[in-house]
Design a protein around this ligand. Structure first.
Ligand SMILES: [Zn+2]
Length: 272
């Protein structure tokens, strides 16, 4: 299978970075930079295991540039399945109260109760993504506590392919919205010229960044939903994710760091 998620460890010794697959330590690489070592490890996985789309999930967060290191506390990650959910064609009308923006394809209005239908949902992975949403297996939901589930909302989905897994769509309840960062050195996505939606797509050195304002997050929650990206995102504290990662029910789910910024540096959408 291509596009598998590989749990990866790393260590800096002297000025060199060593990276290795946590469960296959013999698959290791050393390079002058972290990014260089990552590239080489990808190549090695491709050669050894024939996986040209490997995703590396680091057991400790990768080193950050000085600019972003100051925004790494509290440690929050967004979780998604590294697999795709293929909606039926033609696409269903009526999944969102006011449809989609014809220009940016952003969803308008809340999710209706209509059951989303797919021609393909994963047979092995416990999470999947489509242009409209995120889907998690019942095994993934079983890893969450009742208190955590209370802060989330899911809806069942239907699929045409054969899979023993039962998937649910994440449909709520967002507690926060992504914001922009004042002085971000990279490129920020322009607001949609039709609906005005500012998605806060932040690109810097070929990497996408997402920001949340510290005042928007509730420090008591270990698992919560945010909005403002292309779709609802499931977020967790780094600590909570490390308890779940690698367990049955989290197969091919991958994390991506969210940066937490002070209110004084947050840029908010003014049109919603
Ligand atoms: Zn739009």
């Amino acid at each position: 299978m291509e596009g598998k998620v590989y749990l990866t460890s790393w260590r800096k010794s002297g000025s060199r970075f060593k990276l290795w697959l946590t469960e296959k330590p013999e698959c290791s690489i050393t390079a002058d930079s972290f990014e260089g070592a990552k590239e080489s490890l990808w190549e090695l996985i491709c050669l050894k295991y024939g996986d040209g789309e490997a995703v590396l999930e680091f057991d400790v967060p990768p080193p950050e540039s000085e600019l972003l290191a100051q925004y790494s506390e509290p440690e929050i990650v967004s979780i998604s399945g590294n697999d795709s959910a293929e909606p039926i064609r033609p696409l269903q009308e009526g999944l969102f109260e006011k449809g989609h923006c014809p220009v940016c394809r952003r969803q308008w209005g809340g999710r209706t109760k209509m059951v989303a239908e797919f021609q393909y949902l994963p047979t092995v992975s416990d999470g999947a993504v489509s242009s409209d949403g995120m889907y998690f297996s019942s095994d993934f939901l079983d890893l969450l506590t009742p208190v955590e589930l209370d802060n989330l909302a899911f809806q069942p989905v239907k699929t045409l392919n054969k899979t023993k897994k039962v998937f649910y769509e994440l449909v709520g309840k967002p507690i926060a919205r992504y914001v922009g960062l004042t002085g971000f050195p990279g490129k920020r996505g322009e607001p949609c010229h039709h609906c005005g939606y500012a998605g806060f797509t932040n690109l810097y050195k070929n990497k996408l960044f997402c920001f949340l304002a510290k005042s928007d997050i509730n420090s008591n929650l270990t698992c919560f939903v945010v909005t403002g990206g292309l779709r609802l995102n499931l977020c967790m504290t780094g600590e909570r994710w490390r308890q779940i990662r690698g367990k049955r029910g989290a197969k091919n789910c991958v994390s991506s760091q969210i940066y937490i910024i002070p209110e004084s540096e947050a840029i908010r959408m003014t049109n919603s």
